[in-house]
Design a protein around this ligand. Structure first.
Ligand SMILES: *Cc1c(COP(=O)(O)O)cnc(C)c1O
Length: 445
């Protein structure tokens, strides 16, 4: 059954999780490492559009997209067909052994669609973390410098280098050190929690970061500044206006490579193809993954030709990087984003969701902040009439929504942010129904 045939309506026929899911969950306990979590352990049978169907026949509304991956849906028939056609010809040769055209096609496409019309090159990899690592490798190799600047609340992955770049200790770093050296953390322009208020956040934070880099590291020692244009795991933090442009300018005038980690924000998610476009920022290197290939594992670093080509031959690569089926899926995904108008659709989704969430914020004091762009929106929960994070309220809201068939994610350094990342192909009815459930959850608090 093709994914498009998955009926686009919520249907709950058992408890959540249902008996079949619970039975698999039981087997999982003695088979899968405990360190691997699952937000909502209903085991998936099929998925498509805005619906995830489980093995018990429940149909859940998807506000997660497998963490901003299924932007074009979980099994867009064009993506599936293109990948299947490729799989029928060959599964793997390794681009480093015998190359194939689809890899070149994907690089050309990325060079074309990423911000900036300068000459670019790309390298294909397997995961977001690997993309970020490779961006750092390129920046260090091209500049001959070592220091890397990252930010509070940042999330860049789970490999050793990217754990070091990631801010939050639990669960990502606890007990997994030591971490790589020459990583320097700076304050983030977090409007909701900026001491002098959201309006002054961007410029003040930018000045503070420039000052700290200069005084504490020495700008001429910095290879790269790595930043998510909207932080995802850290709590869906949109930097205060002006922060990113000022940071990019600081990098430019100091020979620092500006790396945008667009792993979560990329591929139409925020109502632009890439979130950097919102403020006209042109990064030197862009790390992408998640939404790139309609669910198949693929990642990339795309950037200025002179930086990318500074790396010696054989210095970049990997056995599976740019797997042919993933490349085929990426090409179909990029076409689908264009032909289905998903950049515009992301904006519509954002308008619909933010509108309703702001109404919610007006009614419930626990909703401290509503923010987001396109189909990447969040609400931050607080208590005591101030900004004290309220992770307990979040747990209750999530549990209410999960048990009624809404897949909803959390985020945030303080574990108090509800993050919504619906597939861009979800219909308005499902969006409204999901938001109805969320409203009910707040009414029950
Ligand atoms: C998910 C994510 C990563 C890591 O990607 P993986 O594919 O899980 O390695 C890196 N950066 C950001 C911003 C992410 O959201």
């Amino acid at each position: 059954m093709a994914a498009t045939e998955v009926a686009q309506s919520r249907r709950i026929v058992t408890g959540i999780p249902g008996p079949k899911s619970l039975a698999i969950q039981e087997r999982r306990r003695s088979a899968v490492a405990q360190g691997v979590g699952s937000v909502l352990p209903v085991y998936v049978e099929r998925a498509g559009g805005g619906i995830v169907e489980d093995v018990d026949g429940n149909a859940l509304i998807d506000f997660g997209s497998g963490i901003a991956v299924a932007n074009v849906g979980n099994a867009d028939p064009r993506v599936v067909e293109r990948a299947a056609e490729q799989l029928g010809r060959f599964t793997h040769t390794c681009f480093m052994v015998n190359p194939y055209e689809a890899y070149v096609d994907v690089c050309e496409a990325l060079n074309r669609i990423t911000p900036g019309d300068h000459e670019k090159r790309s390298v294909l990899l397997n995961s977001g973390a690997e993309a970020v690592e490779n961006a750092v490798k390129v920046a260090r190799s091209a500049t001959g410098r070592q220091a890397v600047v990252v930010f509070d609340h940042a999330y860049h992955g789970r490999t050793n280098l990217t754990m070091g770049l990631t801010a939050k200790n639990m669960p990502y770093k606890q007990g997994f050190g030591p971490f790589a050296g020459e990583i320097h953390r700076m304050p983030m322009a977090y409007p909701y929690r900026w001491p002098t208020g959201p309006d002054r956040c961007g410029p003040e934070a930018a000045a503070m970061v420039a000052d700290q880099i200069t005084k504490q590291i020495g700008a001429s020692n910095v290879a790269a500044v790595v930043i998510e244009p909207i932080q995802g795991e850290g709590g869906l933090i949109e930097p205060g206006a002006g922060f990113l442009p000022a940071l990019a300018e600081f990098c430019r005038s100091n020979g620092i490579v500006f790396v945008a980690d667009e792993v979560q924000t990329g591929f139409a998610r925020t109502g632009h193809m890439f979130a950097c476009e919102h403020e006209g920022v042109v990064p030197d290197l862009v790390a992408t993954a998640k939404g790139i290939a309609g669910g198949l594992p693929l990642a990339a670093v795309t950037g200025r030709a002179e930086l990318m080509d500074a790396v010696h031959g054989g210095g970049l690569g990997g056995t599976y990087g740019g797997n042919p089926a993933a490349c085929a899926a990426a090409l179909a995904t990029l076409e689908a984003i264009g032909s289905d108008g998903l950049v515009e659709r992301a904006r519509e989704i954002g308008d619909l969701m933010l509108g309703r969430l702001r109404e919610l914020a007006a009614r419930y004091e626990v909703v401290g902040d509503v923010r987001g762009r396109g189909a990447m929106v969040a609400i931050e929960l607080v208590r005591d009439g101030d900004r004290t994070p309220d992770p307990e309220a979040l747990a209750k809201v999530l549990s209410y929504c999960h048990s009624r068939g809404l897949v909803l994610l959390s985020a945030g350094t303080y574990g108090n942010v509800i993050r919504m990342l619906p597939p861009l192909v979800i219909g308005d009815e499902l969006l409204h129904e999901g938001l109805d459930l969320l409203e009910e959850a707040f009414a029950q608090l």
